[in-house]
Write a protein of this length. Structure first.
Length: 290
């Protein structure tokens, strides 16, 4: 199967490298070619446009930043839908709006293509190690055809229902992470103010009921002053906005997620730190506590 992959950011690069390391033929496109150099050096081929990539691929995977990017890539005049063909697989791995996933599925089906929305969880480490969790919306028969590819970069793949269901599952994931990120930051700020050894606090909490991915992955980075993005703060803010917008449509209230969104808005919009990793949230307290 000829694979086309659009988006060579932190997550996309890890996924593409795993596909290449399993012997897959992968052609890539990214708005900035220089950002694709790592995967090109590892054997990926280059396409000069979304249209060119789509026309030659049996399966097109996309993983870009924002819903506006997804909409442009799929519905632009030279986009994926305009160049898709019957029997092709279209797989959007971007964390995006459930309603947009449904729109893509409908448009793809009208072209005779098979569409899945498949956002992932696991961060940069999961992408590099091939241990991502994939949340799927679409048809089981389509997923069955692609399970072998997903196995090359993930440890878990779960179908949640029709188009948009993968995105809704990812929103639940991000709501959960919003709580663990704020909890981690406040726990470390408290422990620092109490003059505790922070490395020992992290190790102890991870051995008990407070164990969580955020603390395990990002706590040690914070202690090293490492705010490079395993996941961009600006993208996490985007996810929280989507989750809350969708929650409002479902007429449910998520007050803790609203508070997390407001904190990330200070970090991203006010302090202009959106290109830091999500762990940079602690800077809202850390700078004051020093």
């Amino acid at each position: 199967m000829k694979i086309g992959f659009i988006g060579t950011g932190v997550m996309g690069t890890g996924i593409i490298n795993n596909l290449l390391n399993h012997g897959e033929e992968v052609t890539v496109y990214n708005r900035t070619k220089a950002h694709a150099q790592v995967v090109l050096d590892n054997g990926a081929r280059w396409a000069d446009s979304v249209a060119a990539l789509t026309q030659q691929a049996d399966a097109v995977f996309t993983m870009v930043g924002f819903p506006t990017d997804v909409e442009e890539i799929y519905f632009g005049d030279q986009g994926i839908i305009a160049n898709a063909h019957a029997g092709q697989y279209l797989v959007d791995m971007t964390t995006s709006k459930p309603a947009l996933a449904q729109r893509i599925a409908k448009a793809g089906q009208q072209k005779g293509a098979h569409v899945l929305d498949t956002p992932v969880s696991g961060g940069d480490v999961g992408a590099q190690k091939g241990t991502l969790t994939v949340m799927v919306g679409g048809q089981q028969a389509v997923l069955d055809q692609l399970k072998g590819l997903f196995a090359e970069f993930s440890a878990s793949v779960k179908l949640f229902g029709p188009a948009g269901s993968g995105q809704n599952a990812k929103m639940a994931n991000q709501i959960m992470i919003a709580g663990t990120m704020t909890g981690m930051c406040e726990a470390l700020v408290y422990a620092k103010a109490a003059d505790l050894n922070l490395a020992e606090v992290i190790a102890t909490l991870q051995a008990g009921a407070a164990e969580n991915f955020s603390l395990d992955s990002y706590g040690p980075r914070i202690l090293k002053g490492d705010y490079t993005p395993g996941f961009f703060a600006k993208h996490f803010l985007k996810d929280l906005r989507i989750a809350l917008e969708t929650a409002e449509e479902m007429q449910i209230d998520l007050p803790a997620s609203k508070e997390a969104k407001q904190l990330y808005e200070v970090l991203v919009d006010d302090q202009q730190l959106g290109n830091d990793g999500t762990q940079a949230l602690i800077k809202l307290w850390w700078n004051e506590s020093k």
